[in-house]
Design a protein. Structure first.
Ligand SMILES: Nc1nc2c(ncn2[C@@H]2O[C@H](COP(=O)(O)OP(=O)(O)OP(=O)(O)O)[C@@H](O)[C@H]2O)c(=O)[nH]1
Ligand SMILES: [Mg+2]
Length: 459
């Protein structure tokens, strides 16, 4: 997939102007390349070229030169193999953060024998060289792309090796069982037979632990993608006004004309640290004489309900239409919102069926609504659980854990039968292979390609 013998280089800070940019070189030739382009003295003032040696992690101040022409004043940080991110010899150059100057330094590196790194190639080398496993490589990319605090801490936890450790523990336990089964087949006289009851007990324990990890994926998904919260209700109920209140901006058009919103409007926001994708929708009404575009909008609203994690069902309390929505909202996690309380006398308000009463126009009780939304989000997650270990696995890891548990279940069902122990051992090996795919110990090129293609150049 990638040629590992090349020395690679890339600009690893964002394209644009800034105080500092960094260029990274990795590979056996990186120190030589750096020597061709770096000098510790300013040749304008000194005829003799500077004499220096690179030392691991000893930063040096100097100049990047194209022959005698100074390109930039920089700091260079050398890394000696294996004490670098990729485990190879490496160099980091911190130069001024200009588009032109960084690309000139990159060109110099290329001219002196380095190759432009492809997406994720540095992390790929760290993975191939055993510095990190695949769960940690995935976590690095998640930290980079995280858009909220929870996503960062979730990924950092995995990068610190928590998931790697868990997977390794499962693997060791399964491997121990396989070894015991196979030894008892091969040396029936020497090895104490693992009782089937004992084996079933161990397998059930592993299965239970794996299920706990699988359960944590829902929270992981919410943290990564945001929880989808749609604002649904009849026309003119104040849905777009509520969206604007929650976003604290005039994002959607609000008008007294029913049927103003035609298409769904999606906006991401953070509520109490939780990423939320808010979706404002077209008002739903069952009328014959409505335009085709409104009809399409209504269809879209209905399908949005199905795709939502939580529905904010908004109604004008002066014109109660909750009955008409009971079927549509059946079985959905919903918060019933009574809007326009500013229009009625507080004493005459009929709270029946509403979880929160608000005024989207004045902002009354928006904080209360946010609080019940946070409680609802937490009910989807393990945030309230007393469990110490929560590790938010991603979709790929979840699917493999499900397959691993499936193989464990198969082997459990075989332990109940008078069947050759070879077959049980085969099923357990299958379970181990799923764990190996998670850690990347044994994984196809296609999976690797897919994972590293999501990285940026320079990482
Ligand atoms: N008095 C009062 N008026 C409100 C309140 N919320 C919204 N309105 C008004 O109700 C009308 C409709 O508001 P929108 O937010 O556009 O309602 P909508 O549900 O998005 O309507 P559609 O997009 O047509 O389905 C506007 O004139 C708003 O100013 C409220 O809390 N109190
Ligand atoms: Mg609207």
């Amino acid at each position: 997939m990638f040629n590992l013998s090349d020395t690679i280089c890339a600009i690893c800070t964002p394209k644009g102007t800034g105080a500092i940019s960094a260029i990274r070189i990795s590979g056996s030739d990186s120190w030589n390349i750096a020597k061709q382009i770096f000098s510790t003295s300013n040749p304008q003032f000194s005829i003799l070229d500077s004499q220096f040696v690179f030392n691991h992690m000893h930063a040096m101040h100097g100049y990047i030169k194209d022959n005698d022409k100074i390109i930039d004043e920089v700091i260079i940080l050398p890394f000696k193999s294996p004490k670098s991110f990729t485990t190879e010899d490496g160099i980091e150059i911190y130069c001024h953060g200009g588009l032109q100057v960084t690309s000139q330094i990159l060109s110099l590196c290329l001219k002196n024998g380095a190759r432009q790194a492809k997406q994720g190639e540095f992390t790929f080398r760290a993975f191939v060289n055993g510095r990190i496993d695949l769960t940690e490589a995935e976590a690095i990319n998640e930290i980079i792309s995280a858009d909220n605090e929870k996503a960062v801490s979730t990924a950092s936890e995995i990068l610190s090796g928590s998931l790697k450790k868990k997977i390794l523990q499962f693997r060791e336990k399964l491997f121990d069982l396989i070894t015991r089964i196979e030894s008892s087949i091969e040396f029936p006289m020497d090895v104490a037979d693992t009782s089937k009851k004992e084996m079933a007990l161990s397998l059930n324990e592993i299965k239970f632990e794996i299920n706990k990890l699988i359960d944590s994926s829902k929270e992981g998904q919410i943290i990564r993608d945001g929880i989808k919260v749609s604002i649904i209700g009849p026309p003119n109920a104040g849905k777009s006004s509520l969206l604007n209140q929650l976003l604290e901006s005039e994002r959607a058009i609000v008008s007294e004309e029913p049927g103003t919103t035609r298409d769904t409007i999606e906006e991401k926001m953070i509520i109490d640290g939780w990423p939320v994708v808010l979706v404002d929708t077209a008002g739903i009404r069952e009328k014959r004489d409505i335009s085709d575009s409104e009809k399409h909008g209504i269809e879209r609203s209905k399908s949005t309900i199905q795709k939502s994690d939580v529905v904010l069902a908004v109604f004008d309390i002066t014109n109660d239409k909750t009955e008409e929505f009971s079927l549509l909202l059946r079985d959905k996690s919903k918060i019933m919102v009574g809007n326009k309380i500013d229009l009625v006398n507080e004493k005459s308000i009929n709270k029946n069926g509403f979880d929160v009463l608000i005024s989207a126009k004045n902002g009354t009780n928006i904080d209360l609504l946010k609080r019940s939304l946070i409680d609802r989000i937490k009910s989807f997650t393990n945030s309230n659980s007393s469990e110490n270990f929560t590790c938010h696995i991603n979709q790929r890891q979840k699917e493999l854990l499900i397959q691993c548990n499936y193989a464990i279940e198969n082997s459990l069902s075989l332990t109940d039968k008078a069947i050759s122990e070879d077959l049980i051992s085969d099923e357990l090996k299958n379970a181990v292979s799923k764990l190996d795919e998670i850690s990347g110990r044994v994984v196809s090129d296609a999976v690797i390609q897919n994972i590293f293609a999501k990285f940026c150049i320079g990482k």
